[in-house]
Design a protein around this ligand. Sequence first.
Ligand SMILES: O=C(O)CCC(=O)C(=O)O
Length: 250
Amino acid sequence: MEFNDHLKEDFDRDGFVLVEGYLSAGEAAEINTHIQRFIDEVLPSAPDTTAFYEDRDDPASIKRLQNMADLDPYFGELFQSNRFTSLASFLLADDVVPKNPQWFNKPARVGAVTPPHQDGFYFMLEPNEAITLWIALDDIDEENGCMRYVRGSHRRGMRPHRSSNVLGFSQGLSDFSDEDLEREVAMRARPGDLFAHHSMIIHRADANQSDRRRAALGLVYFAARARKDEEKAERYRQELFSRWEREGKI
Ligand SMILES: O=C(O)CCC(=O)C(=O)O
């Protein structure tokens, strides 16, 4: 697939790029249909850690689905498809290793904030070179919790994080500042629009204060040149799951 050089220049400069209509509205609707099928048919027999809820007593309040590629061939194929790997590869200037696709949902009224964070803090890569292709599946704006990126922050290193108390986003920046807010851009999107964001970019989203859902599919790819500290990552994962179990969150 051919991509415009400006796309890479913008991505390198800003740490994120919006590609409007990367998928058609029809293709986004098809993904929505498969998400619902996944919830109805796959989730009931999937491991508990596949879904996180805003309210564990309310099955309609799913805020996150993960491991979808391993559990369902449709998401496996979508994730591995050239359409996405070629874009990730072009922007990272490397071969890419597909990681986990996740569904990020903010249910109407109850969808919580996404705290400011850098994905690379969770990824634990050296060099920290990875990308998320974040595909909007709804009309998304300030009211239902659009993505907010701190332009260029991927070039200014890893910032300190601390426990955020937000399920699914356990870590948030501890020094998020007014200067970050000044550089931040709120990005509206329509179904099928795609944001590509670098693992070092600071991003966040507000809670969903609207009567509309806000959903997106996030496809994560690591650059082939990036090496993961597997031991550190596993230790972190275990600590996190024990904490969630203790707190009754999963
Ligand atoms: O969808 C969201 O609110 C956040 C997603 C996110 O943090 C990510 O894709 O890295």
